[in-house]
Design a protein around this ligand. Structure first.
Ligand SMILES: [Zn+2]
Length: 314
């Protein structure tokens, strides 16, 4: 038995046919998010059919379908409460369950993408064997997901555990994309660090101002070369992430804290910094291991496939 899985992003959609922890075959298609979710689902269904044929299976071999989506998903109805600004605007009015039953003959399990990623790491990756785990995905934004007492935390509307990057850590901070003030994300993310660089008094005379792109790749590289501004900006992001990590530990009491995202190419700097900060600042009298994610970009697809295949009822 196999599962159809999709990890929907703002620019592309990853698709796969999955058997437990094995991705049998995969593809990636443009999201074309401005055209809406309805059209995206049509293209996803076509791609799944092609992939199924490619691994010599039939439609009937694929008994579950799951979609990880970048928004708040109602835990009961699986309706989509929020979408990224200007993307998949029709999804709040859509009934994805009904669409699935009518168009592909199968209910689609819909789950927030951060929850899907931690579900993947929990079943097959860095939190395997744990009943309580937190994950922070650092970089473009700061995404979080939580497993508590052996299941993904959802809450009343699906927001629980996903807002770890949007807890205030600086009440004098700038407004975040989420509408809150001084979030972990508005203090430490690709978009925040770019703004901080331009506002810094050293910027015009710094090596960073000569870079074609001010991103974490440039900041980590120049910080390793002892550039003062890059070191300053990096320290600020690391501190934001570390304070966010302490918040996660204090809120959810994980057995392990997983860190993911593109910046983890510099795990040698990030992991020890956050580990030490948790030791010093968290209200935990025990060691909470900080570990890099193991499944990379596949975590979301493997996680949503697990959740879909183990869906209760129906
Ligand atoms: Zn925020």
């Amino acid at each position: 038995m196999a599962t159809w899985a999709a990890d929907v992003g703002g620019t592309s959609i990853k698709l796969a046919v999955i058997d437990n922890d094995t991705i049998l075959v995969r593809d990636e298609i443009p999201a074309e998010a401005e055209k809406g979710l309805n059209l995206a689902l049509e293209r996803m269904a076509e791609t799944w059919m092609e992939l199924t044929a490619k691994c010599s299976l039939t439609r009937d071999d694929c008994t579950a379908v799951g979609m990880a989506f970048p928004g708040v998903i109602d835990p009961v109805t699986e309706r989509i409460w929020t979408t990224p600004a200007g993307k998949f605007d029709d999804s709040k009015d859509m009934d994805v369950q009904e669409w699935g039953k009518t168009r592909i003959g199968c209910a689609i399990t819909v789950c927030n993408d951060a929850n899907a990623a931690i579900a993947g790491e929990w079943r097959y990756g860095a939190a395997r064997g744990c009943s309580n785990a937190c994950m922070m995905t650092l970089g473009t934004g700061v995404g979080t997901g939580v497993i508590v007492e052996g299941r993904p935390l959802r809450g009343g509307h699906g927001l629980a555990g996903n807002a770890g990057g949007h807890l205030t850590i600086n009440w004098d901070g700038v407004e975040c994309l989420c509408g809150n003030i001084g979030c972990v994300e508005s203090e430490g993310s690709s978009w925040a660090v770019k703004r901080q660089a331009h506002e810094h008094p050293l910027f015009s005379s710094s090596r960073l101002s000569k870079e074609p792109l001010i991103d974490y790749e440039a900041i980590f590289r120049l910080a390793r070369e002892e550039d003062t501004l890059a070191k300053d900006l990096l320290e600020r992001s690391l501190r934001a992430w570390a304070i966010g990590a302490v918040n996660m530990v204090n809120c959810y009491d994980p057995e392990v804290l997983i860190l993911g995202g593109g910046v983890m190419r510099s795990a040698d700097i990030i992991v020890p910094y956050i580990q030490e900060y948790i030791r010093k600042r968290a209200w935990a009298q025990w060691e909470v291991p900080v570990v890099p994610a193991k499944l990379g970009n596949d975590a979301g697809m493997l996680g949503i496939a697990y959740l879909a295949a183990n869906r209760q009822g129906e």
